[in-house]
Design a protein around this ligand. Structure first.
Ligand code: KIV
Length: 266
């Protein structure tokens, strides 16, 4: 079997200039497919709330829901490293609660690392989680769990003041011990500045080509989730349309008594 992905391998990839690939998965089937195709990292994102559970945003996602989906994904991933998102309010209240919840994603969900959103304000919490032996991935730029604070899903780090703050945040996250940082909806030039100034890999989503790796929400890139189409998410297929054609054909054939045919009958 191919070499399993771990933190050392990710650092090696950054050093060698080999791009890191990450996609989201929320179930066994999709995780098995991604793993078979050679993806490096699988993120059980709290985007599960939007694209699978049907919430308006990621705020309502619970620890129990995350554990449920992490379990399914980790059963399907043999080579890829699986990272689980800590959901809103599972790490903001206290560092102790954060360590406990991060531990649950590893012990019960089977993931190898956790991701959480934020900069300076959560450094103490990150240090405590890392000290407990749990690898942490940071997340800067657009942080959907803070949507009510920012009031929208716009690009982050536009002006020089905001850009400098994000660079500082990235450096501090690195000092706190994160093994990687997701940069979401950040100008490509700023993402490059951050990538050049920190030793740990950056994984971009809407952050240009110079990040050390890229991530997309799989349901978006497949055209499976059709509700909205972010500019940064390339559609590699229109699977949602294809699926609806199948459903319609099935409904029509059952109604017309075309299915089941002889060959499907005993
Ligand atoms: O929840 C998620 O899918 C994410 C990615 C967009 C990085 O955090």
């Amino acid at each position: 079997m191919a070499e399993k992905i771990n933190i050392n391998k990710l650092n090696e990839m950054k050093t060698n200039g080999e791009k890191i690939t990450m996609l989201t998965a929320y179930d066994y089937l999709m995780a098995s497919q991604l793993d078979e195709c050679g993806i490096d990292l699988i993120l059980v994102g709290d985007s599960v709330g939007n694209v699978v559970i049907g919430y308006e945003n990621t705020i309502p996602v619970t620890m129990e829901e995350m554990i449920h989906h992490c379990k399914a994904v980790t059963r399907g991933a043999k080579r890829a490293m699986v990272i689980g998102d800590l959901p809103f309010m599972s790490y903001q209240v206290s560092a102790e609660e954060a360590v406990k919840n991060a531990g649950r994603l590893l012990k019960e969900g089977g993931v190898k690392a956790v991701k959480l959103e934020g900069g300076k304000e959560i450094l103490g919490t990150i240090t405590k989680i890392v000290d407990a032996g749990i690898p942490v991935m940071g997340h800067l730029g657009l942080t959907p769990q803070s949507i009510n604070k920012f009031g929208g899903y716009g690009v982050r780090g536009g002006g020089e003041k905001e850009a400098k703050k994000m660079i500082e945040d990235a450096k501090e996250l690195e000092s706190a011990g994160v093994f990687s940082i997701v940069l979401e909806k950040v100008p490509a030039k700023l993402a490059k500045r951050i990538t050049d100034q920190i030793a740990v890999p950056t994984i971009g989503i809407g952050a240009g080509v110079d990040c050390d790796g890229q991530v997309l929400v799989t349901h978006d890139m497949l055209g499976l989730f059709e509700k909205f189409k972010p500019k940064f998410s390339k559609r590699y297929a229109e699977i949602g349309k294809e699926m609806k054609t199948c459903y319609k054909n099935y409904i029509k054939e059952v109604k017309n008594k075309e299915f089941p045919a002889e060959e499907h009958s005993y």
